[in-house]
Design a protein around this ligand. Structure first.
Ligand code: GTP
Length: 519
């Protein structure tokens, strides 16, 4: 039924043989009966519609064997006289006649341009009944109930809308402005183009500039962490210039590491190892960097894990949470690309029903990554969408379902309730679902990311992390602090906005980049 209606909408205005239209007319009537009164009104033909397919004709529709003429009669839809103003096409002849009547000059009744209806009661032209060509005796009075017809029985309103220039009262073809009559400019003058355009032959285009080769992901990571690492290594070098390692320098070093967001635990590990190796001795910046990289890697190695998919679940459900702007939607697109590229069937669900652009954005990612997409309207219940998505992904035998969510921390209570509900309804379909709850963290955030993990872990049961925007001016030290505290797996890192800019998290690489060392 719905498909048939959509078909009707898209074939609207196309000609069809009458015998094909009769069954559809019956179907349309049934659909109209199903629709709410207000929505039905929206689909009924309006007088201003240029042409209506017969199946939409509220006058009863043609019988299967109806002749073309009788079908046309059934189709006659006239604009009401009081709608003429809305249509914006009051015939010039009528206006001129009105003016002439006011001036007491009217001599012959004005003619009605074909395709225009008569004016009715209340109209200043009422009673003139000058709607057909020829003398007043040939005029057919307009009635509210009946379509206006000419003497030949042809429906005037059904005729094409062509102005009867020559018949206009007091008007001739000569005094109608035309390009020719406008003078020689019309044919000879250069067209005046809008601002921003120019005429003339095409200007030669400059040679394309060779693009700078794309940096490797580690180079981007290093560049992203450069602020952290260069600040840190610069300060460390300054600290140990001409100084032996003592309690004061160790305390100063600990402060520097904490300022770089690495966290107290990691800072103490670094200073502890350094003290055990070099206490009372000369220390170079390089010594500290090496120990720092070693200790950071020790913290990160246990959390650098691959994202485990249990494909015995069909689908494996991944719920993606995080504060808005941290890169959830983009990361979902990148994940979908990797998975569908590997031959898995992926569905993405636009559970961020709070922001229209997020739904659009995910749809684009779905198209780009050849993933199934499910979305709903703005403001709809996200948990309901998640439930439908799970059911549909199951029905379509998807391997992985990835659900986007909203991340409005500013309305924490609502957000919590929404996320909790999503987790709850998914659990109704499979007690283990969602199988993975991924949180995205923006690497430019710093200390705040630590609080974010705390909140989302409690609300949604986060069991894995992805840090995004490590290619920017990142403050990646916080990932070390988060890992030391929460010990949550870190699956990937985002090193750009492109579809391929998601890399598996490698503890040593990350540690080296923070410490300003090579790969
Ligand atoms: N440089 C860089 N930009 C990124 C990365 N990941 C995401 N972005 C950009 O960050 C911005 C926000 O990303 P989204 O994916 O819309 O973030 P979101 O969490 O879904 O945001 P909401 O829909 O508002 O909740 C976008 O402009 C992304 O292109 C990354 O790894 N590197």
């Amino acid at each position: 039924m719905a498909l048939s209606f959509i078909k009707k909408v898209f074939t609207f205005g196309k000609e069809k043989p009458a015998e094909e239209q009769a069954p559809e007319a019956a179907e349309t009537k049934a659909l109209e009966a199903e629709l709410e009164p207000h929505s039905r009104e929206e689909h009924l033909p309006r007088a201003s519609d240029p042409a209506l397919p017969e199946e939409m004709d509220t006058a009863g529709g043609p019988a299967a064997d109806a002749s073309e003429t009788s079908a046309k009669e059934n189709l006659t839809i006239l604009p009401a006289a009081d709608q003429i103003g809305d249509l914006g096409v009051i015939p010039l002849s009528l206006l001129e006649a009105e003016a002439e009547q006011e001036a007491g000059e009217i001599k012959t009744p004005p003619s009605v341009p074909a395709g225009h209806p008569p004016h009715k009661g209340g109209d200043p032209l009422e009673g003139e009944a000058a709607f057909s060509e020829g003398s007043a005796a040939e005029v057919v009075e307009a009635s509210e109930a009946e379509p206006v017809t000419s003497e030949s029985g042809k429906d005037i309103a059904a005729q094409p809308l062509t102005p009867h220039v020559g018949e206009m009262s007091g008007g001739t073809e000569e005094n109608i402005p035309s390009p020719e009559a406008d003078g020689e400019h019309a044919s000879e003058a250069e067209p005046v183009l809008p601002k921003g355009f120019a005429t003339g032959p095409k200007v030669a285009e400059p040679e394309p500039i060779a693009l700078t080769p794309k940096l490797s992901w580690f180079q981007r990571l290093r560049a992203g962490l450069a602020r952290t690492s260069s600040q840190l290594t610069g300060q460390i070098s300054a600290l140990f210039t001409k100084r032996k390692l003592d309690d004061d320098t160790l305390q100063d070093l600990e402060d520097l590491l904490i300022q770089a967001d690495l966290g107290l635990e990691t800072a103490m590990r670094v200073t502890g190892t350094l003290a055990s190796e070099r206490y009372g001795k000369d220390v170079t910046g390089e010594d500290v960097s090496r120990i720092m990289a070693f200790e950071i890697a020790k913290v990160l190695k246990p959390v650098a894990k691959p994202l485990q998919l249990d494909l015995s679940h069909k689908p494996h459900v991944i719920l993606v949470v995080g504060v808005n702007g941290t890169g959830k939607t983009t990361t979902i697109g990148k994940l979908a690309s990797k998975l569908s590229g590997a031959g898995l069937k992926v569905m993405v669900a636009a559970g961020d029903t709070f922001r229209a652009a997020a739904i659009e954005q995910l749809k684009i990612w779905a198209d780009r990554t050849k993933s199934e997409f499910i979305g709903t309207k703005l403001g709809a219940d996200a948990a309901g969408l998640a439930y439908d998505a799970f059911e549909q992904a199951r029905a379509k035998k998807c391997d992985v379902l990835i659900i986007d969510t909203a991340g409005r921390l500013q309305n924490k209570a609502e957000l919590m309730a929404e996320l909790e509900k999503i987790v709850r309804v998914l659990g109704k379909l499979d007690p283990d679902a969602p199988h993975t709850v991924l949180q995205t963290l923006d690497a430019t955030t710093g200390q705040n990311a630590l609080n974010q993990v705390e909140i989302f872990r409690n609300v949604a049961g986060v069991n894995g992390l992805i840090m995004t925007k490590l290619d920017g001016t990142a403050r990646g030290g916080i990932l070390v602090a988060i890992s030391a505290k929460h010990k949550l797996p870190v699956y990937f890192i985002g090193v750009g906005e492109g579809v391929d800019d998601l890399e598996p998290f490698e503890a040593e690489d990350f540690a080296h980049a923070i410490a300003g060392l090579g790969q």
